[in-house]
Design a protein around this ligand. Structure first.
Ligand SMILES: Cc1cc2nc3c(=O)[nH]c(=O)nc-3n(C[C@H](O)[C@H](O)[C@H](O)COP(=O)(O)OP(=O)(O)OC[C@H]3O[C@@H](n4cnc5c(N)ncnc54)[C@H](O)[C@@H]3O)c2cc1C
Length: 425
């Protein structure tokens, strides 16, 4: 449960690269068996000598993170053959390139025909080192166990992946998967923080009684546990949809649900981590405790792979481009109707939000917040523990959520919720 999150970065990038690489059958044939080998080969040797490889990505440049079309890295064909699978040399600079020990990277660069996607190996096919130079490692707030770097390509060898000029479209298939992993990773951080808070307070006596038995602390702990369970619930719901994305309804649902879930869970995690730290008290702020590490880790998933606003704009883009995605999302919500009047009213009101699209970009966070809360409620009602679903609806829908954790209504059975979330040692 408390595995360090830093190792998640190269893992998610490696597996998420699969759908993007499938755009190039020759590259897929050579690379996918090594990617899916489930074997980590740490040796600094060419990819063709390895049974298992890891893959990173380098999109972000100083002037272009969210807006990758502002990238200036250039790609020049090496031979007369051009396009998907052909060989190029890349010249440019990338402002962020995490896990630079990976065996290859999906990179965006411009050809004469627009922004394209490339696979850039760290060693050239002739066995020499590629012209990719790490300029420095980033001095990050957290995520320390995962190196992030700035790199320069000085005529670095790479193969084009997918159609020329369609680089964003190709790499977005990787990004969709890493966004899902951000949901899972942040849910895991939440759970780690809640487990620490409950464990500590259950052994800490203050004013003559253990903290986790005192009413106000019970309110905080139970509220954190509800948040954590709701985050995990929608992460698993999206995982299920991804596993069944050959079903058109699930594919439409997942298009919106990933952006909604990535935005919401990753944004809720830093505040939850801080509250868990405060439950532990002074020692929770001291580096001997794990909470400072969890706290520093918490914002990263919200920032990378499309920051909060970018996710909200992505929801609007998806709705605009393919209106059926919102129908699929609303159908999912409607399946949970008929159990809680407040939830039914919430979903009905949500439906009317889409009838007025004026000023929608300005209101995007308000809208996506509601979609996220509705999705969490729906998933908990349909697949979750009844006690958690009821408490979620009472606290997040009927009373519109407190600004702070620890503001649950008094009829919520906090003791039972804490007991359920108590780590089993
Ligand atoms: C630890 C870490 C590791 C990373 N690893 C990698 C990596 O391996 N490979 C890689 O390519 N990148 C990586 N990144 C970079 C990351 O993906 C970018 O930082 C991110 O995409 C945001 O881009 P930016 O920093 O240029 O911010 P900007 O694009 O300048 O955005 C700043 C803010 O503006 C908001 N914003 C953007 N557009 C709009 C809009 N139209 N309306 C309203 N608000 C908007 C964004 O949501 C954001 O909050 C990493 C970042 C971190 C922190």
């Amino acid at each position: 449960m408390n595995a360090d999150a830093g190792s998640g970065c190269p893992l998610t990038m490696t597996f998420a690269a699969v759908p993007a690489l499938r755009h190039s059958p020759t590259l897929a044939k050579e690379w996918l068996p090594k990617i899916m080998a489930n074997r980590y080969d740490e040796r600094n040797v060419p990819y063709f000598e390895k049974e298992g490889v890891t893959i990173g990505m380098a999109m972000t440049e100083k002037q272009g993170g969210s807006d990758v079309r502002a990238n200036t890295t250039r790609a020049y064909p090496v031979t007369e053959q051009q396009g998907n699978g052909a060989e190029y040399e890349l010249v440019g600079h990338k402002w962020f390139c995490s896990a630079p020990m990976c065996d290859a990277f999906l990179v965006l660069a411009h050809t004469e025909n627009g922004l394209s996607c490339f696979l850039l190996p760290r060693w050239r096919p002739d066995g020499s080192k590629n012209q990719m130079f790490i300029q420095r490692l980033k001095n990050k707030l957290g995520n320390i166990s995962n190196a992030s770097s700035e790199v320069e390509f000085r005529g670095a060898f790479a193969w084009m992946v997918g159609d020329e000029g369609r680089g964003v479209r190709t790499i977005i298939e990787m990004v969709a998967m890493t966004r899902f992993d951000c949901m899972v990773g942040s849910s895991a951080l939440m759970r780690a923080a809640v487990a620490q808070a409950i464990h500590h307070t259950s052994g800490r006596s203050v004013f003559g009684n253990n903290l986790h038995k005192q009413p106000l602390m019970q309110n905080v702990l139970a509220d954190l546990a509800i948040e954590s369970e709701a985050a995990l619930a929608i992460s698993m719901r999206v995982a299920h949809a991804l596993d069944h994305s050959d079903d058109p309804q699930q594919a439409l649902f997942v298009r919106l649900a990933t952006a909604v879930g990535k935005y919401w869970i990753c944004k809720r995690t830093p505040h939850l981590a801080y509250e868990a730290m405060e439950c532990i008290g002074g020692v929770g702020y001291v580096e001997d405790n794990i909470l400072p590490r969890i706290y520093r880790e918490a914002p990263v998933n919200a920032i990378w792979e499309g920051s909060g606003n970018v996710q909200c704009l992505d929801v609007l883009r998806a709705m605009n481009k393919e209106p059926k995605v919102i129908d699929a999302f609303m159908q999912e919500l409607q399946q949970a109707c008929g159990h809680y009047a407040a939830y039914d009213q919430f979903v009905a009101a949500l439906g009317t939000e889409f009838s007025d699209l004026s000023n929608i970009e300005f209101r995007a966070r308000t809208l996506v917040d509601k979609l996220a809360i509705a999705l969490q409620a729906s998933t908990l009602i349909q697949q979750g523990e009844a006690m958690i679903a009821a408490a979620f609806i009472r606290s997040r829908i009927e009373s519109n959520g407190g600004i702070n954790y620890g503001t649950l209504p008094s009829d919520v059975d906090c003791q039972a919720i804490i007991q359920r979330a108590m780590p089993k040692l």
